[in-house]
Design a protein around this ligand. Sequence first.
Ligand SMILES: C[S@@+](CC[C@H](N)C(=O)[O-])C[C@H]1O[C@@H](n2cnc3c(N)ncnc32)[C@H](O)[C@@H]1O
Length: 207
Amino acid sequence: VAVIPFYGVEQPGLFAIERQAMDRAGLVLAALDRILPATGTVLDVGAGDGFTASRLQSVTRRLVCLEPAMSQSAATSLTWIRGAAPDVALQTNSVVAAYSTWAYFFPEFLDISAGLNDLNRVVKPGGPIVLVDNAGDDAFCAMAPQPIATAPSTWEALGFEVEVIETAFEFDSLADAERLLTFFFGDRAEVALTVEFKVGVAVRFAD
Ligand SMILES: C[S@@+](CC[C@H](N)C(=O)[O-])C[C@H]1O[C@@H](n2cnc3c(N)ncnc32)[C@H](O)[C@@H]1O
């Protein structure tokens, strides 16, 4: 199992800056909310502190979060399973949908086929499997010394349809922007209050 280290456990304050700033307009959340069934149990793989899951949960849509690095700031309104892809410790056909945002499903760098197979197993036939990652070709990814995005063509080759959402990092202050961007990119960081950011939302349906 490839567990990718999560800086948010050691530095929850910095992760909070990231989560508040990235896609501040909530365009990715809105897309997930539209794609996921409004009723039933939905799985979030690599949920972090539950930022996304807690915003998608409702009276009728319940969220189960799989996460290897449980954070002290994990949202208590959610159901948590300590674990990691590719092995999802849930029964076959037990959820109506599954998604993952910026966690584990990085097909440019990892063989995600086992993880995809297990999502296909736990999601009821016809339910959406939604994977979210940087789409690249933007000011944010341009700061990285090496590629940090999944090209839409890579998702398409895996049988996904991709929507590229044009959003932005919008920071509260230049100090916050500097803290996060230099943490990520060192002296390649181009500090600004607003940084262009494109996100791929890849969808395929369980069979
Ligand atoms: C960049 S964070 C994203 C967190 C959250 N999905 C979000 O959007 O805020 C990556 C997350 O993936 C988790 N992770 C690392 N390896 C994993 C694995 N093999 N399976 C599931 N999650 C994993 C990390 O612990 C971390 O919480």
